[in-house]
Ligand binder design. Structure first.
Ligand code: AMP
Ligand code: ZN
Ligand code: FE
Ligand code: FE
Length: 283
């Protein structure tokens, strides 16, 4: 049984439509796929309205873009929460709205450094999206011939410590964890030790977040090396947390493949049993 609990559609910064993502998941032999777009539910919601009984179990979710009091970017995955919960939907809509002026500010900084790029270039690559993000800006930089790939765009211009980085409205991780819990959902810290993306939590900061009701840690993720995985697995074991593994798939680019990292069936069963804000559906 192949279970992948982190993926994106083109309703946020993934490249595949929800229907194409489902097709790819079936081709990859997955039994369970969580759709966790950044700050929007529309990807899985568009599927659930047309759902029939099929071979793929879809787990409703989201990846909430958060920022700590000290300004560090942290992503919290939420699963099986009530999709009409007001606190959660308002929090995501504030984030989505503020991402537009934020992208414009990044564009201005790039322009000041002599890189020609406009908001309409970026808008062209985010037509399907509810959530505009740096990967769309990366796509526009590729089209302009400035870089060759999303990875190169992040390495050179868009990473969190770059002079062109601008943040957007974001709740703290504590607020997101509480909101997911109040909405009946299950919360998991996404790629918590992915140092290649920028600053990360210390292990004791992760333990402090547990006191707010965090349910799990994403352990197996392509941006975690052997020692990061070991450290996270140890914390998860010590505190009886869900230790997940997921592809964080945004489309078949670079090394990304659906099912490249997996979650154990007993971990998934624990998450399913704890989530009470909504149910899964099959398609
Ligand atoms: P944003 O939501 O606009 O802040 O952009 C964050 C998204 O950019 C993440 O979800 C990843 O998909 C992608 N991303 C972040 N850091 C990197 C990186 N170093 N290399 C490639 N993609 C990245
Ligand atoms: Zn993303
Ligand atoms: Fe993330
Ligand atoms: Fe993600």
């Amino acid at each position: 049984m192949k279970i992948d609990l982190h993926s994106h559609t083109n309703l946020s910064d993934g490249l595949d439509s929800p229907a194409a993502l489902v097709r790819s998941a079936k081709e990859a032999g997955l039994s369970v796929l969580a759709i966790t777009d950044h700050d929007t539910l529309e990807g899985w919601q568009s599927l659930s309205s047309a759902a029939e009984t099929g071979s793929l179990t879809v787990v409703p979710g989201a990846e909430i873009s958060c920022r700590t009091a000290s300004g560090m970017s942290v992503h919290i995955l939420g699963y099986l929460f009530n999709p009409t919960d007001l606190a959660l939907t308002e929090l995501m809509s504030l984030t989505r709205d503020d991402r537009i002026p934020r992208i414009k500010k990044i564009i201005q900084l790039l322009n000041e450094a002599g890189i020609e790029i406009t908001f309409s270039d970026v808008a062209k690559h985010s037509e399907s999206a509810q959530t505009i993000g740096r990967p769309h800006l990366a796509d526009a930089l590729i089209e302009r011939g400035v870089v060759a790939s999303r990875d190169q765009a992040f390495a050179q211009y868009l990473h969190n410590d770059s002079p062109f980085y601008v943040g957007h409205f974001a709740p703290t991780p504590e607020v997101a964890v509480h909101a997911i819990k109040n909405g009946g959902g299950v919360s998991v810290l996404a790629h918590g030790l992915a140092g290649s993306r920028g600053a990360t939590y210390t292990l004791s900061e992760i333990e402090a977040l547990l006191e707010h009701g965090l349910d799990g840690l994403e352990v197996d993720h392509r941006d975690h090396g052997h020692s990061a995985r070991g450290a996270l697995r140890e914390i998860a074991h010590a505190h009886n947390l869900f230790a997940t593994g997921s592809s964080d798939y945004h489309g078949a680019v670079g090394a990304q493949r659906l099912g490249m990292e997996l979650t154990a069936p007993e971990v998934w069963e624990g998450i399913l049993a704890r989530g009470r804000g909504c149910g899964v559906f099959t398609i």
